[in-house]
Ligand binder design. Sequence first.
Ligand code: ZN
Length: 185
Amino acid sequence: MSNIIVYSGPMKCGKTQEILNEYKRQLISGKKVKMFKPKIDNRTIGLVQANSGIDIPAVEINRIQELENYNADVYCIDEFQLLKGSVETIQKMADQGKKFFIAGLNLTSEKKPFGKMSDILCIADEIHILKSICDNCKSEEGVYSYYKGGKDTDIVIGSKGYLSLCRDCYEELTHNDKLKKINCI
Ligand SMILES: [Zn+2]
């Protein structure tokens, strides 16, 4: 049985949508489900919003340990890369039968592991790495998030100013500066 399921990948790959779908599925199956997000994500206070526009009320937390304060069967967590603390809490709760659906960016815009994502990927039972459509060449191979405003390794809020790029286009942008002009959303 999988108790820790992680959806990861670059910006705009649909990972939030995946946990929203699970949120609804688990509710239908009669489970007590709660949605969580980091306090720092101020796109929509208290809501998790997929790009498709569906809103789900979310509890805002700073640290992973705070999950223990909330009683549920299923815990859905968005933007996991921005949470502080230790994933041991999730491992312990999963061992006790709690189920987790987690979405988060695997890499910063400088292609480094993002926050606690490497830790959660190590203890996950199931990992789904999703790809996006490359904002430059429109291939389905988008694997990197690139911040147009320069370095931004710590905070990602929404997708404004970010591009999702394939490996080739990321290389072009960072080393050769030959990208076509892109209108960022
Ligand atoms: Zn590309």
